[in-house]
Write a protein that binds this ligand. Structure first.
Ligand code: GSH
Length: 200
């Protein structure tokens, strides 16, 4: 059996999965699941992920994994993309949780409203909240990245993959990443790494 990825090509969360599998040269089947058209809320898909979201992967033994950063962690085990247990790994986890709580809910949601759904006019208030939250996240990242090449001291890790996912397309949500010098230079540096295939 082949690994199966349920994903949406335009999604940064799903891009994380494509990227780690590509880096690992793991072959997979892709089942396009268009969240914007309701495909993540069908009875069949809810059996795969009761939370109604992509990405989800079905491993060769039929085990299903959901949550993009958990999937990244699974496929990064015993590679340079994930340091061994200890403080170095905990630093990576700090950024993975930061991504889900302080970055993605603002940067990805703004892109979803403006770029994927074209709904900016009707969602001005929500967009303003996304703008404030996303800019705060970029300031935090820039604080680190102004003086360090990568998010942790372990070289490029899944922390960088995870936060690159929506930072690379932040302009589609109305963010000016150039205003955060550390982030802007890190985006360019990460995109230039061998084997990285940016979302566009
Ligand atoms: N925390 C989840 C978020 C996944 C997520 O929000 N997926 C979106 C597409 S990017 C989705 O499937 N939305 C469909 C919905 O909520 O109905 C992850 O990191 O995998």
């Amino acid at each position: 059996m082949t690994l199966t990825v349920y994903g949406m090509r335009s999604s940064g969360n799903c891009w994380k999965v494509e990227q780690i599998l590509s880096l690992r040269r793991i072959h997979y089947d892709w089942i396009e699941t268009d969240a914007t058209a309701g495909a993540t809320r069908t009875a069949d898909f809810l059996k795969i992920n009761p939370n109604g979201k992509v990405p989800a992967v079905k491993l060769v033994d039929s085990t299903i994994l959901t949550e993009s950063n958990a999937i990244l962690t699974h496929f990064a085990e015993e590679t340079s993309w994930m340091p061994p247990p200890g403080v170095a790994r905990s630093r990576v986890m700090e950024w993975l949780f930061f991504e889900q709580y302080s970055h993605e809910p603002y940067v990805a949601v703004a892109r979803n409203i403006m770029h994927l759904r074209g709904d900016a006019d009707r969602q001005q208030e929500r967009l303003a909240q996304c703008r404030a939250g996303g800019e705060h996240a970029f300031r935090v990242m820039s604080g680190r990245l102004a003086t360090h090449p990568w998010l942790t001291d372990s070289g490029p890790t899944i922390a960088d993959i995870s936060l690159f996912a929506y930072s690379q397309v932040a302009d589609q949500g109305g963010f000016d990443v150039a205003a955060f010098a550390g982030v802007a230079s890190w985006v360019a540096r990460f995109a230039a790494l061998p084997g990285i295939n940016p979302l566009r």
